[in-house]
Design a protein around this ligand. Structure first.
Ligand SMILES: [Zn+2]
Length: 227
């Protein structure tokens, strides 16, 4: 999953764990951020077609065990950074859940390339991405629903809502060109995997993307207050 990961990010909009939306935006993509960091050093990242399926080499960032470990890592960073915050233990588990939410959502859409542990033989993934347009709709709905919910639960200048929807539109476009179009091309038999973005440029643009999105939402979050 890609932009749909932002759906669960509004989990703590009622502020029980006092997790900020920009922090949640980074937490839900932590596994992909780890993937980008590993791709930077050539440890992960090569896409290939196995049995007609477009799969990724992501054993370290996307195994089930890694998801649990990364979630603890993310929650610990949050707790260490925001020690003394009254909601910090709630915040700790909120961040854990947000970071872990990445795995079940990826499991739904990925073709089998998610191992139980790094190096494990058994690969999981329900391949919903094979249904290019329904999964595009699902991801758009998860993101759009989350932003709509957040805008209802907060108040602020009208331009902040417009900017939030512009961000949604941008993400929908990125989703189409990076995931949907790739699937459609693969199904039409016109996908050349060697032309897929990879290596350092791919890793750097991925990291820049996640940081950019978190910054934009953090900036808008600062201009709005909770009702
Ligand atoms: Zn992922």
């Amino acid at each position: 999953m890609f932009i749909g990961h932002y759906g669960p990010a509004v989990y703590d909009v009622l502020r029980t764990g006092k997790v900020k939306l920009w922090q949640a935006f980074l937490a839900v993509q932590a596994m992909d951020i780890v993937f980008c960091l590993l791709a930077l050093f050539g440890i992960e990242g090569a896409a290939s077609v196995v049995d007609g399926n477009l799969v990724f080499d992501i054993p370290w960032s996307h195994s089930l065990v890694s998801a649990i470990v990364i979630a603890f890592f993310v929650a610990s960073i949050y707790r260490l950074t925001y020690r003394g915050n009254s909601g910090s233990m709630r915040g700790y588990w909120t961040m854990w859940l947000l970071a872990f939410s990445h795995w079940p959502l990826d499991w739904l859409v990925h073709r089998p390339d998610l191992p139980v542990y790094p190096g494990g033989e058994m690969m999981m993934g329900l391949s919903l991405w094979d249904f290019a347009w329904p999964t595009y709709g699902l991801e758009v709905l998860l993101l759009g629903g989350a932003i709509a919910f957040w805008l209802v639960k907060t108040k602020g200048p009208r331009w902040t809502a417009i900017c939030a929807w512009l961000l949604v539109a941008l993400l929908c476009a990125v989703q189409y060109f990076s995931v949907t179009k790739t699937t459609l091309n693969q199904q039409a038999g016109i996908l050349d995997v060697t032309t897929l973005p990879s290596g350092v440029p791919f890793a750097v643009s991925g990291l820049a993307f996640y940081i950019f999105v978190a910054n934009v939402i953090g900036w808008l979050e600062n201009k709005r207050s909770y009702r």
